[in-house]
Ligand binder design. Structure first.
Ligand code: ADP
Ligand code: MG
Length: 253
């Protein structure tokens, strides 16, 4: 039951089918990686899980701890424990980073319970220190004018403060220099827990040198075409995606 379970997911955007029967299980306690060429549908999957309105699910289901994820409103998904770190994080002008996080955490508390502001800031500063983020980012508007790398770090800050049961990180490594990549990986590794499932979406093997996944899946043309252990990422790095897609073409011939 403690799993994010995607079954035979088909989804369209503007009447074009992007996901074509995708199956994937991410249990709590594990870190899975999805790799795949550009345009294979990785971000589409991430956005559908988060509840993006532009995508139409035509077939299949997603269960989070046995509950129908696709039936939930966006905010409900988040309160139920789902988190997405966006490939292209949104800017929220006029809302400070600290207030944004406070509101998000407050929304998770039982009715009538007030967030302890002192404890909140203590934790926020500790996490920011861990991520090597300057304190000025507490008062700046969410992601507004942040550099690419700062936005990615900010997504990890949100994840660490919200402590989701399932976190999907969409190309959090892209646009990071090696020092920032190490810091982000340290944050993600600190979040590994028996109570949490993590799905890393990445184009490059490099991230997986720092966050070693339990399983690696390869996505191509809207489906998972191969799953394996962490060594699959190394094989891909060496041979490129072509060898798998060619395999598939032969198998389907
Ligand atoms: P990935 O993250 O694996 O690079 P995406 O999920 O972003 O891939 O995109 C998958 C496919 O969906 C691509 O071919 C892309 O062009 C297409 N796509 C994404 N958004 C739209 C849209 N709004 N209209 C039409 N096609 C789209
Ligand atoms: Mg993408």
């Amino acid at each position: 039951m403690s799993t994010l379970s995607i079954n035979n997911l088909h989804a369209n955007i503007n009447d074009t089918e992007i996901l074509k029967g995708l199956n994937l299980d991410v249990p709590q306690g594990e870190v899975h990686a999805i790799m795949g060429p550009n345009g294979s549908g990785k971000s589409t999957l991430a956005k559908i899980l988060a509840g993006h309105e532009d995508y139409v699910v035509t077939e299949g289901s997603v269960a989070m701890n046995g509950k129908d994820l696709l039936d939930m409103e966006i905010d409900e998904r988040s309160r139920e424990g789902f988190f997405l770190a966006f490939q292209y994080p949104h800017e929220v002008p006029g809302v400070s980073n600290a207030n944004f996080l406070r509101a998000a955490i407050q929304a998770r508390l039982p009715k009538g319970e007030e967030l302890d502001a002192v404890a909140f800031y203590k934790e926020l500063y500790a996490v920011m220190d861990e991520l090597d983020m300057d304190r000025k980012f507490t008062s700046r508007a969410v992601n507004e004018g942040f550099s690419g790398g700062e936005k990615k770090r900010n997504e990890i800050l949100q994840m660490m403060m919200l402590k989701p049961e399932y976190a999907v990180l969409d190309e959090t490594d892209s646009g990071l220099d090696i020092d920032a990549l190490r810091i982000v990986a340290k944050g993600v590794n600190a979040m590994r827990s028996p109570d949490r499932g993590i799905l890393l979406i990445t184009h490059y093997q490099r991230l997986l040198d720092y966050i070693v996944p339990d399983k690696v899946h390869v996505m191509s043309d809207g489906q998972i075409i191969r799953s394996g252990g962490k060594e699959l990422a190394l094989e891909l790095e060496e041979k490129g995606y072509d060898f798998l897609t060619k395999d598939l073409a032969t198998a389907n011939a």
